[in-house]
Ligand binder design. Sequence first.
Ligand code: N7H
Length: 453
Amino acid sequence: GLNLDNIQGDILIGMKKRKELFYFFQINNKASFKSNLKKIQPLITTTKQLLNTKSAPGSAMNLAFSQSGLTFLGVADDLKDDVFRAGQFADANNLGDPGTGNWIDAFKGTKVHGVILVAADTNLRLLAQLAKVKLLLGKSASEVYSLQGAARPGDQEGHEHFGYLDGISQPAINGFTDKPLPGQQLLDPGFFLLGEQGDSIQTQRPAWAKDGSFLAFRQLRQLVPEFNQFVSDNALKVPGLSAQENADLLGARMIGRWKSGAPVDLAPLRDDPALAKDSNRNNDFTFQHPGADIATNQTNCPFSAHIRKTRPRADFNPLNTANHIIRAGIPYGPEVTALEKTQKKSSDTKLLERGLAFVAYQSNIGSGFQFMQRNWVDNANFFFGKQVPPGVDPVIGSTNGGTTSINNPRNVSGLDPLDPSRIITIKKDFVISRGGEYFFTPSLSAILDPIAK
Ligand code: N7H
């Protein structure tokens, strides 16, 4: 089995607290940072510690380094991931970002050396934990940028800012997941952990990289009033549904799930909160229906739906066994204000910002996060071979500003169940990349040797 005392906790199960802070830092002094790091290492939350909910700590902490951070510390071994090595700034174009004009300054270039992830259920606990780490860091490192995430309030807890329940579908891991839920894909740990069974270049990694994982971080701003306006302006016209229900249906078909989390593949016309709550049913679908041809059938769930773009299930036959991520993001930013809702019907981009602090773990960024964004989400022709191309992902699909390809404008098909070949043109982006960085989340032993050595 896996050495759960040596694997940082966020990778396989997530820290799952109500608050999480991403503290991006720069190392000022190599020698003093290394000696401080030795004292910080025992504070890192392991997978084992998070597994047992009864003894799970009140606050949790994880730590990851960018390539420029490892290089600064004199860790010269090649982790054998070119996308990680080059950093995310160099990847902006591949990811479909319309330049880097919207990027947070800290993410421009390679100046972020690492990130500390601190999580707790209260801000007080979170800040106490952060203060502890900062004290131990002293002057050896300093903040470049930080982003505070938080679960949304009340009944929106667990929902992202557009209102949809998140965190339902994750891969199950061979030798780790007790009992995979119906619909969970069972994968070898090496898809997420370097050097483990299933890591395609397992034997080429430096020995110390074992049980580490690449963390793709993205700050994705969400324009919530604009999204809401779009679904209401373009409400479907399915007979028997009210205008509101037809607007909700459009939104649900864009995501592939209702706000409750119920999948449209199983609840195609109306939300089904009981289905949403039942973890034995809410992920148990393949887009395949008896008597229907999966190559053409998008009556229940569009080929363009976010969850079908990012995990095409039975569209791949045989099943896709190469491109997977474990997601561990959290929303950031305030709730939509009354003013945004009623008067402007647009985001107050000057005063505030909200979105998703997106986190994805994988053992190979080029076949994990980057692959999904580039080859699936941003590719209007994916899933391949359709009479009418599905278009880019209607939620997160990005088009390089529309200057480069058939993606411009965002023409999305499949959204209208009455006429799946009908194209709906989306003129506005609802998700705007503010950039990010690629990190390596090492095992606890690797932090001591070679990183702190
Ligand atoms: Fe996505 N959303 O609310 O629109 N995502 N996502 N995502 N996403 C998922 O099934 C969302 C983003 C994946 O196994 C759900 O757990 C938003 C990126 C994958 O069936 C919802 C943003 C990438 C899955 C959202 C965002 C992915 C998934 C349903 C950005 C990768 C699982 C909840 C602001 C490139 C698919 C669930 C499966 C699910 C939303 C970003 C990937 C509601 C708002 C950048 C693999």
